[in-house]
Design a protein around this ligand. Structure first.
Ligand code: MN
Length: 195
């Protein structure tokens, strides 16, 4: 997914491996249909735009309008789908990331509570993010629609998708229950590698 034409990142797990936290049906639609549509739209919009040879992250930082919306959703979903691992063996942060979470949020439990609260409280469609600044300080940001913390000069580490398409088949209107369940499938080695 380095530059145009973009293609979906391979899932590092089987489509049914995240169940029951995220069903195989939701992965099939969310990864197979929604993400693919954003990629198709982005690839169709890039020729002649001046963004053809740029990296996805640079497009998200610089573009506006439809190119920004689709590029943002490609970057967001790529970070989202590659941060999970098969259900059944929940993990926790370790090393420098664990120390930073304790320093900046008090504890891992307090961080999770704040992250879920900001995800549940985000009005409409969007994303809640754990991101780091240039000094390694951690922040939680709420981004509407296709927003990504790279637009604020921050490094995105972890994200929960709060668009209804991410959870409606499995949880209907119960967004908070979906967010609370997602911790079971976070691959903290992947998140730490982004820090
Ligand atoms: Mn989504």
């Amino acid at each position: 997914m380095s530059s145009y034409p973009f293609s979906p990142a391979a899932l590092p797990y089987a489509q049914d491996a995240l169940a029951p936290v995220i069903s195989a049906q939701t992965v099939a639609f969310h990864y197979g249909k929604h993400l693919q549509a954003y990629i198709n739209n982005l690839n169709a919009a890039l020729p002649g735009s001046g963004f053809e040879g740029k990296s996805l992250e640079d497009i998200v930082k610089e573009a506006e309008g439809g190119i920004f919306n689709n590029a943002g959703q490609v970057l967001n979903h790529t970070l989202y789908f590659t941060q999970f691992k098969a259900a059944g063996s929940p993990s926790e942060p370790t090393g420098a990331l664990a120390e930073a979470i304790a320093r900046d949020f008090g504890s891992f439990e307090e961080f999770k509570a704040e992250f879920q609260k900001k995800g549940a409280g985000l009005f409409g469609s969007g994303w809640v993010w754990l991101a780091s600044d240039a000094e390694g300080r951690l922040v939680i940001t709420q981004e509407s629609n296709a927003g990504n913390p790279v637009r604020r000069g921050l490094k995105p580490l972890l994200t929960f998708d709060v668009w209804e398409h991410a959870y409606y088949l499995d949880y209907q209107n119960r967004r908070p229950d979906h967010l609370a369940a997602l911790w079971q499938i976070i691959d903290w080695d992947v998140v730490a590698s982004r820090y």
